[in-house]
Design a binder for this molecule. Structure first.
Ligand SMILES: [Fe+2]
Length: 288
């Protein structure tokens, strides 16, 4: 099998052509690992993966992690979380709320509300709405490179406080199951602290580690100063010029390096169902 890797039409990521997860040779595995590190975001299309195949493909890039929130794990396959919403049976015919957009999740990197955020994720579309429902991605290494010198100097050495509870007021919870709505009040997630600038261990590049949905304060700054700085960083980092929005088709698999990207869900109409399966790469994954 000959894999080819071509850039996505946007500021980050690449598409893998020719991926057949059932027949992966050693060369293909090496190509995938290298592309993952180089591009930080990879798309493959038309994959009809069973849970076992999804998990096996995850092992090419690292060790599958068990997500810390039990209610979203797939029964029989705890390495997979199911991010799904289907409210169709609860909507009366001509229900005026059917066109409401639900399921928006603000920009974040996964699990930064824990001490060891995941290495990455492989998100597979099983059922998608005919409109909306995009996921946006931003390369936070590219964002760091583009920061004005003044901001780079200002954030050097600073640490941000992250908490899952921070997001609870920002999401319209309408029956969708995801980590942000399911885990917010769980007592095991104390707030944690991460450097605002981290150095990616494999590329050596600096990354703006901002995860806006989970970041609530900056250590050593007053609430007012910290909020202002976080807002300025968020406004800079989430400019359209940095973002790629993926419009999903069933069978699309999007793989991201969670240590150098953040993502957002734009939401979709209540009248439509959406179901995604995701595996998570453990932070201990060793690519070499
Ligand atoms: Fe996420």
């Amino acid at each position: 099998m000959a894999l080819s890797i071509r850039p996505l039409p946007g500021p980050l990521g690449a598409e893998i052509h020719g991926l057949d997860p059932r027949h992966l040779g050693e060369d293909d595995r090496a190509t995938l690992r290298a592309a993952f590190v180089e591009h930080g975001a990879l798309l493959a299309r038309n994959l009809d993966l069973s849970p076992e195949e999804h998990i096996a493909l995850t092992r090419v890039l690292g060790e599958p992690a068990i997500h810390p929130i039990p209610t979203i794990r797939m029964q029989g396959h705890p390495e997979i979380i199911v991010l799904a919403v289907d409210l169709r049976s609860s909507l009366a015919p001509d229900d005026p709320s059917a066109d409401e957009v639900i399921g928006q999740i603000p920009w974040h990197s996964d699990l930064t509300y824990t001490a060891t955020p995941s290495r990455g994720a492989l998100l597979l579309a099983r059922e998608v709405p005919p409109e909306l429902g995009e996921t946006g991605y931003i390369d936070t290494a590219a964002v760091y490179d583009a920061l004005p010198d003044r901001l780079r100097t200002q954030i050097d050495g600073l640490h941000a406080v992250h908490s899952l509870g921070q997001i609870q007021g920002q999401i319209r919870h309408a029956g969708e199951a995801n980590e942000e709505t399911e885990g917010g009040s769980a007592p095991q997630f104390e707030q944690v602290v991460h450097p605002l600038v981290s150095v990616h261990p494999e590329t050596g590049r600096k990354v703006l580690n901002i995860s806006p949905a989970f970041t609530k304060a900056i250590e050593g700054l007053s609430a007012q100063e910290g909020d202002a700085l976080l807002q300025e960083l968020k406004d800079f980092a989430t400019q359209d010029r940095f973002a790629y929005y993926h419009h999903w088709a069933v069978g699309d698999l999007f793989i991201w390096d969670n240590w150098r990207t953040m993502h957002t869900a734009t939401g979709h109409r209540k009248r439509h169902a959406r179901c995604m399966h995701r595996t998570t790469l453990a932070p201990t994954a060793n690519l070499h």
